[in-house]
Design a binder for this molecule. Structure first.
Ligand code: HEM
Length: 458
């Protein structure tokens, strides 16, 4: 297939006097949002539409032309097809106008395997003399309208390398980062991407579910069943608040530490291998990319813990205990214990500080906030403040249990309490981070990350 070589060569040229003209077929939500973004990135836009006067203010913009499908397609070299697959037939009637053009197929389907062949393959069959590129279909009209594109990864595939290059250059100007997925046979895979349900949330949610289930049953046995079997105490009501208020912070703390563990593992791997150029194992890659979601799930659990903590005084069981003490006129002399007061005040203060930093981390991980920070600022908050948050929340757990660690009654049926178990992973992460901060280790790691490689003895 030969493309309009004039047009593609012009893409490689430096500054042109007139901005490049791009064609969009379709004036629906997606077409309009894409057009707006293209205009803002310095392109000119021509719409091909059946209705030549749309109601949208964009279509009345003097920088925008709206004309017939044929005339629009004739005037540009890159043509975005923003219509549903069911309406593609009209493109077959325009074959002559589309010869040598780059057709970008942005379509998606409502469910998997809706049609025997991918939309882009079908389009290529309808217009064999054009170069079809499947891509940008993971961008929603909403993301385009709100300009949430910086650094966002998009995928392309197609049989013509020139056409893909032209589309990739255009996408880069929009601030997108482009990944070439190969020939048009990958189109089906690309069309399935938007149909995946929260793929990057799957791992964090499974971890959260697994930890919640484990600690729920562990604490149920230790706190409720133990009391019933050993003391004939019926305290099953504790499941609702007390038990939940143990499970939630435990899961929050472990998951927060799981956000920082893969970074430490990756650093030790690089130190061991003496290079940054070998690939990490797949499981580590997957873990790394789900850190943000892991952190947000952890934040959700921390929120639950804080909410549950503040309702403790209004619980029936707590009020009943207080009232019955007063009614019985218990006059046990109250001895003020300064150490105990220091302990509780410190642990609550650490909790509040930890939670504050945790919320700050969550807010900066939102694209709209993170996007407004420089890379150094973002890195500072997510790494330095992140480790500080982990340190403070772990300290909250340690101070909470400071007088319980050595009490034999803590180890019901010889099992350690939940808060002790949940301190293991965060403590390991903090120790590993401490080792990585040692000047000799930090220096070597920085060198490796700057590209230096340790030569292997032959
Ligand atoms: C336990 C308060 C934030 C982790 C507790 C307890 C209180 C408390 C009162 C004892 C609960 C009980 O006796 O059942 C607070 C306050 C916070 C806060 C006021 C902030 C406003 C956090 C955060 C984390 C955390 C951000 C970690 C991500 C823990 C852990 C326990 C705990 C692991 C031990 C749970 C257990 O009893 O096994 N916190 N906390 N807390 N908190 Fe917090």
């Amino acid at each position: 297939m030969t493309l309009n070589s004039m047009s593609l060569r012009s893409l490689d040229m430096p500054a042109e006097s007139e901005p490049e003209l791009l064609c969009i077929l379709g004036t629906g939500d997606l077409g309009r949002s894409l057009g707006e973004r293209l205009l803002q990135s310095g392109f000119r836009v021509v719409y091909g539409s059946r209705r030549l006067h749309g109601g949208s203010p964009l279509l009345s913009d003097p920088r925008v032309q709206v004309t017939s499908h044929e005339a629009a397609a004739q005037s540009a070299n890159i043509i975005f097809v923003c219509v549903h697959r069911e309406h593609y037939e009209f493109l077959a009637t325009m074959r002559n106008h589309l010869q040598g053009k780059v057709l970008v197929d942005l379509s998606n389907n409502l469910k998997k395997d809706m049609y025997p062949e991918a939309n882009a393959v079908y389009l290529q069959r309808l217009v064999p003399k054009a170069a079809v590129v499947k891509g940008l279909n993971t961008l929603s009209a909403w993301a385009l309208q709100n300009g949430l594109l910086a650094g966002k990864q998009v995928y392309l595939c197609g049989d013509s390398a020139e056409a893909k290059q032209a589309v990739a250059q255009m996408a880069t100007k929009l601030g997108l980062s482009v990944l070439d997925k190969g020939s048009l046979s990958a189109a089906r895979e690309l069309e399935d991407f938007p149909l995946k349900l929260f793929p990057e949330w799957r791992l964090p949610l499974s971890v959260a579910l697994g930890l919640t289930a484990f600690f729920f049953f562990y604490l149920l046995i230790r706190d409720v069943i133990y009391a019933y079997v050993e003391k004939k105490d019926e305290i099953s009501y504790r499941i609702m608040v007390s038990l939940a208020n143990k499970v939630f912070p435990i899961v929050a703390l472990i998951m927060l530490s799981l956000c920082y563990l893969p970074g430490a593992i990756a650093a030790f791997l690089q130190l061991y291998r003496g290079t940054k150029y070998s690939r990490f194992p797949n499981w580590l890659d997957r873990w790394m990319v789900s850190r943000k979601q892991m952190g947000l799930v952890a934040l959700g659990f921390a929120f639950l813990h804080v909410t549950y903590t503040f309702i403790i005084p209004i619980r029936y069981a707590v009020r009943h205990k207080l009232i019955s003490r007063i009614k019985k006129n218990k006059t046990t002399p109250f001895r003020f214990d300064n150490t105990e007061a220091w302990g509780t005040d410190s642990f609550v203060t650490l909790g509040i500080l930890g939670f504050f930093l945790f919320v700050l981390l969550g807010i900066t991980s939102l694209p709209s906030v993170g996007g407004s920070l420089s890379w150094r600022e973002f890195n500072f908050i997510q790494s330095k403040l992140g480790h500080l948050t982990l340190f403070i929340c772990t300290a909250h757990g340690y101070v909470y249990g400071w007088n319980k660690f050595l009490l034999p009654s803590t180890y019901k049926w010889y099992t350690p309490p939940g808060f002790m178990l949940c301190l293991i992973v965060p403590s390991v992460v903090l120790v590993l981070k401490g080792i990585l901060l040692l000047p000799c280790v930090d220096r070597t790691l920085t060198l490796i990350r700057q590209g230096w490689e340790r030569t292997q003895p032959k």
